[in-house]
Design a protein around this ligand. Structure first.
Ligand SMILES: [Zn+2]
Ligand SMILES: [Zn+2]
Ligand SMILES: [Zn+2]
Length: 281
């Protein structure tokens, strides 16, 4: 299994649009991996995770081949992870053709998400992309596995604003399993119970690391909560010494640029995601 991160920031990006704090100014100055767009990732070049407002930049500069994508799973209905305007309008005839000018798309882009996610998509779909069959929303239910693009995907409830229908995703295919977990604090009891009952063995785990202090454990996590979650997964048998753990979804509120975070996370046993990072497991 292969994962590429296109964006690794929380809502405001790093540097924040209007921010002149030390982290944002130093990130602007240093550039490179210190610059982070809003979170998005792709599994094996075909299963897209989230549809953020920076998706156009991910296509132009990150190598995302969006016309080839037929399925996207969405974590929740916050706008840094679901930007419905681009999703519902620009696949329409006149904005997008399939192969030659004048030939409209006829196949749907499948969107999977909670009730709240799909409600947001449908509320913006005034021009009828769903009715035209070029957008196919699917409401998912936590703890009920579904099949998409050859993957078995299971959503677990997240510890995040409940109004956004937040979930984290277990993604499995060909004996490989990954856990993709933002936006979330330390997992809710129901998610831990599900993991204890089903005992998946994760090859790769991606964890929300919006902050850095111990206080970051509800809504989002910081590195201390990431360590707690990792250790609990190992004790439960859901992870082991071969499991790769990676932190992502960063904010200037963590107080560190990418260059500064890298050795801190490595010392704690974590990879640090950056825009463009590709991993195989
Ligand atoms: Zn977020
Ligand atoms: Zn800042
Ligand atoms: Zn969020």
């Amino acid at each position: 299994m292969h994962l590429k991160y296109f964006g690794t920031a929380a809502a405001e990006g790093i540097p924040g649009l209007f921010c002149t704090c030390r982290v944002c100014e130093e990130s602007r100055r240093a550039g490179g991996k210190n610059l982070r767009t809003r979170s998005q990732a792709l599994v094996d070049g075909k299963l897209l995770i989230d549809f953020p407002p920076d998706i156009y930049a991910h296509c132009l500069y990150g190598g995302l081949d969006l016309p080839s994508i037929t399925a996207c799973i969405v974590t929740h209905a916050h706008e840094d992870h679901l930007y419905p305007d681009d999703l519902v309008f620009y696949r329409q005839s006149g904005y997008a053709y399939d192969g030659q000018a004048g030939a409209p798309h006829t196949k749907p882009l499948h969107i999977y998400g909670s009730n709240e996610v799909i409600a947001l998509v449908r509320a913006r779909d005034k021009e009828g992309s769903e009715a035209q069959g070029i957008l196919a929303p699917h409401i998912i239910t936590p703890y009920t596995p579904f099949e998409v693009e050859g993957y078995t995907v299971t959503a677990l409830e997240a510890n995040h604003n409940p109004a956004t229908g937040p979930v984290i995703y277990c993604i499995a295919r060909d004996e490989k399993t990954m856990l993709y977990a933002h936006d979330t604090g330390v997992f809710p009891t129901a998610a831990w119970d599900y993991l204890a009952q089903t005992k998946p063995r994760f090859d790769f785990v991606s964890l929300d690391c919006t902050g850095m202090t111990k206080a970051w454990r509800d809504g989002h996590m910081g590195l201390p909560a990431n360590i707690e979650v990792r250790d609990r997964l190992i004790v439960m048998g859901c992870a082991d010494a071969q499991t790769q753990f990676c932190v992502h979804h960063f904010s200037h509120n963590g107080g560190l640029t990418h260059d500064e975070l890298l050795p801190v996370a490595a010392a704690a046993g974590f990879l640090t995601a950056y825009d463009g990072l590709e991993l195989s497991f």
